[in-house]
Ligand binder design. Structure first.
Ligand SMILES: Nc1ncnc2c1ncn2[C@@H]1O[C@H](COP(=O)(O)OP(=O)(O)OP(=O)(O)O)[C@@H](O)[C@H]1O
Length: 243
């Protein structure tokens, strides 16, 4: 990997006396999709929340060469990191256009980019977001992070709870977004990871267990089983305990 855009070293998180992260290292590539993998409870969501300053953390976090480890969330956001959380955070009763408008952060939102990547959102701008498919809702969640000139998008399990056909739609959404802005993707759907990710990091018990090329890892049956708890040959295999 050339110089990573986001570099995390020895990240530790303690919440209510519980040690949740014990030393996470993570390099996020400056282009394309980097996947953050690991079984249920490995610490993936906590890692991205720690990067965003949403939980107390120690360790080093460098974004585009600048130290952001001590910054409060609003300043991390202002540096240009957009976060699409696990539940998508869509306002179901508001239209697509209203959901996007609420995400505008400055005077020059990038609607041209959003509509170029996701023309469907323009066509459906009046539709209540709650009536969209899971894949279209994910499109709205990602579009919101693209509106504000972000330099990195973090998407936390965008395919969670979605049907296999919709997972394919989401893969397409992520691939399209990553052509413009690098993406850190927390994901358990290994078929999706194989399709879109370049670099990957695997967490186990709050630590980094592996970093490297995502496809090489998934092609290595023994390593995939050891690190992710699954064989990787089945196209729709999920890493981690089945939900
Ligand atoms: N606020 C909290 N208080 C107590 N324990 C927590 C808290 N947040 C996370 N944990 C615990 O820390 C561990 C890591 O959780 P985290 O959500 O980061 O894992 P994950 O890899 O994202 O898992 P999943 O794939 O299930 O979303 C889990 O055992 C979880 O129960």
């Amino acid at each position: 990997m050339t110089e990573p855009l986001l570099q995390v070293r020895e990240l530790r998180v303690v919440i209510d006396g519980l040690h949740i992260l014990h030393g996470v290292d993570l390099d996020v590539a400056a282009t394309g999709v980097t996947a953050l993998l690991g079984r249920n409870g490995a610490g993936k969501t906590t890692t991205v929340k720690a990067v965003m300053g949403l939980v107390p953390r120690t360790g080093a976090v460098t974004f585009d060469g600048a130290d952001i480890a001590g910054l409060p969330t609003h300043l991390v956001v202002r540096r240009g990191i957009g976060y699409a959380p696990e539940d998508r955070g869509i306002f179901a009763g508001l239209s697509v256009a209203e959901n996007l408008r609420l995400a505008e952060r400055d005077g020059d939102p990038a609607y041209d980019l959003v509509h170029e990547l996701f023309p469907e959102l323009k066509q459906r701008h009046r539709q209540p977001a709650g009536t969209l498919s899971g894949g279209q809702q994910q499109m709205v969640a990602i579009a919101r992070t693209l509106l504000n000139g972000n330099r990195l998008i973090i998407a936390d399990e965008p395919t969670k709870g979605l049907a296999p056909k919709i997972v394919t739609e989401v893969a397409d959404v992520l691939a399209r977004a990553a052509e413009t802005v690098p993406v850190l993707l927390v994901e358990q759907n290994l078929a999706l990871v194989r399709r879109v990710a370049g670099h990957c990091a695997v967490l186990a018990d709050g630590r980094t267990a592996h970093q490297g090329d995502a496809r090489a890892l998934l092609a290595d049956e023994d390593a995939a089983r050891r690190l992710l708890g699954v064989g990787s040959h089945r196209p729709d295999t999920h890493g981690g305990t089945p939900r």
